[in-house]
Structure formats: structure tokens, C-alpha cells
Design a protein around this ligand. Structure first.
Ligand SMILES: [Zn+2]
Ligand SMILES: [Zn+2]
Length: 335
């Protein structure tokens, strides 16, 4: 059978000859290819990832995505890729196949649009790049152990994901009189860390953003994740609107308190604690160790380990020692 297009050659590909099939190929080759070059270390960003060293395979892969072939039954092979950063060009040899038959070959040169921008690794060394700040503060406005705890687990958390994501890094840590500021290369890392802190500590999060500049015509924001942690101990005394409360339980979602005047218990939410003005009357905590002498019928006989005074408390325990809140000779059970 002859080709239905030219009517001269033998139809070898369906109802067409090889030349007529080749004439149906249309390749859409872009004029430019965007890459970002780090002027400090020579790394190159193609697509969304940074590469160091062998970049030819990356460029070949990116070219394959950029060049559009009209017919999906044809196959595009790209070989002999070369780049010339100085002259801002990239060259390649293209071959279009139908099954195993080579239909067409073409050498192309595409101009490179090179943006010079320092890469995450270099930014991190200079400490200048960050998308977000995790600002850790305490309820008492002081640096206490909890600040170190959070700094340590944040550092470990980022180190562990760093291998999988080069954009995850801490660009700097600044110790402030009131807490610590952790500058993060990736915004979502600050959010992840904030969630982890909220799950572990009775704390409150406020997010704010500020304009950091413009990039390709759109505004770039930096985000501050400001987290405040309730850092007082059980038995500490706080006051709001002239009403005193003793802290009897600290949980990630709630704070349990007792009014020492009438011994009424209340559960406070995050907003009750962090959006109100509180005075800290006694931050030391009044938690004391007691030895359990006996425990039965819903009660225990306990002895103060300092004064050897004994008390009866509504508590059943198998422990030999318990921590209880002791204020003005009154014992309060933690919750
Ligand atoms: Zn033909
Ligand atoms: Zn670099």
C-alpha cells in the first residue's frame, strides 16, 4: 500500500511513509531557559532545586520538560547537552523517534536567563537569609530552663530534616534578655516547630508578617512566630484583676488553678492566661515532698520531709513519696 499523503512511497508507519510521518512533527522549543547561579559557590538552581557539580544531567532533564512535542506517540531523546555559562547558552542534540525509527534530528541552542542569587548553603553560612523567626518567650519574661529545652529540640529537629531538604536550616540563633530568636530558612519549619511546642507546653502562638522586599514583582514577607510559654511551677501564685490563684495543674491545653480564699477550682484556657494581664505574686512554686505513711479508703497519711508534720489528704497512691502543694499549712493536690 502506498502512503496516503504523498501517494509515492510505501506506507511503512500505519498509512504513511517515513518522510510524511516526519513532516507531521512539531517541536515547541522555548527561546529561554531560566537558571539561578550562586555567585559564591557556583551552584545552580534548575527548576526548584539547587545542584552542585554535575549540572549537565539536570539541564538535560529540565530541557526535556521545556520542549513540547505535539504527538505523544513520538519519543524525544536529548543528547550531547552542553552549557556555556559565560555566553549564557545551552546546546543540545534532539532526536525524535517513532518506535525505533529515527524520524528527525536537530541541533538547538537556547539562551540562558541567568539570575544571580546566593544559594541556601551560602546564605546559611553568612546568616543573612531567613523566611521566618521563631521567637520563644516565657510567661514570666525571663530566660528559664524551658528556653534552652526548646532551643535544643529545635536545633535537633532542623538537623534531622536538613538532609532531606537543603532549604531547611537555621541561619542564626540570637539570645535575647527575654528569650531566644531562632531564624529559619524555611517558613513552614517555624510553623512545624510552633505546633510541636504547643503540643508539649501550655503556650500561646501569635503570627505576624512584615514586608521583606520584592521578588519578580511580588511582595516577599517574613513571618514571626511568637510563642509564649507558661514557665511557672505548680504551686506558684498569680493574680489578675485583684484575684489571686494558685497554679495546681499545667497541661498543654489548660491551666488548673484554685482560689485560695474559697478553694474553688477553675480551668483556664490559653486566651484567659495569655491575653490578660497577670501579676506573678510567687513564682517559686510551693511544691513539697511528702512521705506516704499509709493509704486506704480514699485517704493517705503523709509526712512533711522537713518538718515531720503529718497530714491526711484525699489521695490514693502506691508511691512512697508524693509532691504536694503546701501553702499556709494547707495541702493542695496537683491536678
Ligand atoms: Zn508519504
Ligand atoms: Zn552558594
Amino acid at each position: 500500500m502506498l502512503c496516503i499523503l504523498c501517494g509515492k512511497e510505501e506506507a511503512t508507519h500505519g498509512r504513511l511513509c517515513k518522510n510524511c510521518l516526519a513532516s507531521t512533527i512539531s517541536l515547541n522549543i522555548p527561546e529561554f531557559m531560566d537558571i539561578t547561579l550562586c555567585p559564591k559557590c557556583g551552584s545552580i538552581m534548575v527548576g526548584k532545586s539547587w545542584y552542585r557539580g554535575e549540572i549537565i544531567p539536570r539541564i538535560a532533564k529540565a530541557l526535556k520538560k521545556l520542549i513540547i512535542l505535539n504527538n505523544p506517540t513520538f519519543r524525544l531523546d536529548i543528547s550531547s547537552v552542553s552549557e556555556d555559562i559565560e555566553n549564557a547558552t545551552v546546546g543540545a542534540h534532539l532526536e525524535v523517534y517513532h518506535n525505533e525509527t529515527l524520524l528527525m534530528e536537530q541541533d538547538i541552542t537556547i539562551k540562558l536567563k541567568i539570575t544571580r542569587n546566593s544559594c541556601p548553603t551560602c546564605n546559611r553560612v553568612s546568616g543573612s537569609y531567613y523566611e521566618s523567626i521563631l521567637q520563644v518567650r516565657t510567661f514570666s519574661h525571663e530566660v528559664t530552663e524551658v528556653i534552652n529545652e526548646i532551643e535544643n529540640f529545635s536545633t535537633k529537629f532542623i538537623e534531622n530534616i536538613e538532609g532531606g531538604s537543603p532549604t531547611s536550616f537555621i541561619s542564626k540563633i540570637v539570645h535575647q534578655r527575654e528569650g531566644v530568636d531562632i531564624f529559619l530558612g524555611k517558613r513552614s519549619d517555624a510553623l512545624k516547630l510552633s505546633k510541636m511546642i504547643m503540643d508539649r507546653y501550655f503556650s500561646n502562638l501569635k503570627v505576624s508578617k512584615s514586608l521583606a522586599g520584592m521578588k519578580e514583582g511580588s511582595e516577599i514577607y517574613r513571618y514571626t512566630y511568637s510563642i509564649r510559654i507558661f514557665n511557672l511551677n505548680l504551686g506558684s501564685i498569680i493574680e489578675s484583676r485583684s484575684q489571686k490563684f494558685i497554679v495546681t495543674g499545667i497541661h498543654p491545653q489548660s491551666l488548673h488553678v484554685i482560689d485560695p480564699k474559697n478553694m474553688n477550682r477553675t480551668v483556664l484556657k490559653r486566651s484567659d492566661v495569655f491575653d490578660e494581664n497577670w501579676k506573678i505574686i510567687d513564682p517559686s512554686g510551693n511544691l513539697k515532698k511528702f512521705i506516704v505513711l499509709s493509704s486506704s479508703n480514699g485517704e493517705s497519711e503523709v509526712m512533711d520531709t522537713v518538718t515531720f508534720k503529718t497530714h491526711t489528704v484525699k489521695l490514693v497512691t502506691e508511691k512512697k513519696e508524693v509532691d504536694l502543694i503546701l501553702i499556709d499549712n494547707n495541702i493542695i493536690l496537683p491536678q
